[in-house]
Write a protein that binds this ligand. Structure first.
Ligand code: GDP
Length: 297
């Protein structure tokens, strides 16, 4: 399971302080030292850790905590609050355009889970929000990607707009939106091309699609298992495309959690959804508070 190591370490650190009737500055110091090590070991970005620990320290040795009846529990609450804030605080909702269709652009590196997540997101929108999405195959470089999306559409019984692999992605996206208007699809989810690494050609293409379709959401799909790499990828995509949110996949795997805990702080963009498995119903809205509770036990 994701976060296992981090959760074990934080929970044992917390146990030492929870029941204390009195908490000294030294106790807080020791606790934050252990929290710091646990976070670094979980591959959380070191700057993010530094800021977080400073905030925890500042609040935990404050009067309100120290003079409360249950200082141990208050200190833990500070850690919980700060972890929640780190992951974005409030849950972040998906956009709805004033005039349909709402256009969502899915971006990401190859293998991150972009195409699968396109299908999962469409399924989520239909199930939870009663929407009728149109899926759009703009990854024209890999014929398999177009087929993959078409297969997902069949499985979900949802329309897929594709023009094969010869057409230009901007043209495909534009035509898809026209079709969505005509067919009353209220969401258009565009699956774009992925590459093995961030490269200029890819970014230019994504920028072109962005400027012609003016999406309401630009999501980056990143693999949580890749840790700091995921954070770096998020930083570059965000610089180029000004993302509106991130979808973390493979949180069902044994990721240490660094990506989930660093992405919001580094990019200032919220994690909106989490992929929890390969199946089409395994996408969840990302709740920072629940995630922090899960980590702290
Ligand atoms: P793309 O190249 O980014 O479009 O990636 P794909 O959608 O083809 O996904 C790559 C692999 O990751 C596939 O085997 C998916 O089933 C798998 N995958 C995607 N999301 C998840 C997830 O949340 N959990 C797990 N365990 N596997 C996932």
């Amino acid at each position: 399971m994701a976060f296992e190591g981090l959760a074990d370490r934080l929970q044992s650190t917390i146990k030492k302080i929870t029941g204390k009737g009195k908490v000294s500055e030294q106790d807080v110091k020791e606790m934050t030292r252990e929290v710091r090590l646990a976070l670094l070991e979980a591959d959380v970005n070191f700057k993010v850790v530094k800021n977080l620990i400073n905030r925890i320290k500042e609040r935990a040795v404050g009067q309100e905590v120290m003079e409360s009846l249950t200082p141990g529990q208050q200190v833990i609450k500070v850690v919980q609050d700060e972890l929640t804030a780190l992951m974005g605080g409030e849950q972040s909702k998906i956009a709805v355009a004033d005039r349909p269709p709402t256009v969502i652009m899915m971006t990401g590196l190859q293998g991150a889970g972009k195409t699968t997540t396109t299908g999962k997101l469409a399924n989520h929108l239909r199930k939870k929000h009663n929407r009728s999405p149109l899926l759009v195959a703009c990854d024209v470089y890999r014929p398999a990607a177009v087929n993959q999306l078409e297969t997902l559409g069949e499985q979900l019984n949802m329309p897929v707009f594709s023009m094969g692999t010869k057409a230009n992605p901007v043209e495909i996206a534009t035509k898809a939106i026209e079709q969505a208007k005509a067919e009353h699809n209220d969401y258009v989810i565009i699956d774009t091309a992925g590459r093995l690494h961030v490269d200029n050609e890819l970014m230019e293409e994504l920028e072109e699609i962005k400027s012609s379709v003016k999406p309401d959401e630009i999501f980056l799909v990143v693999d949580a298992m890749t840790g700091q790499d995921a954070v770096n990828v998020a930083e570059s995509f965000n610089e180029q495309l000004d993302l509106s949110g991130v979808i973390l996949t493979k949180l069902d795997g044994d990721t240490r959690g660094g990506a989930a805990l660093s992405i919001k702080a580094v990019t200032d963009k919220p994690i909106k959804f989490a992929g929890m498995g390969e199946k089409l119903d395994q996408l969840e809205a990302f709740h920072p508070e629940r995630m922090a509770s899960r980590i702290l036990g």
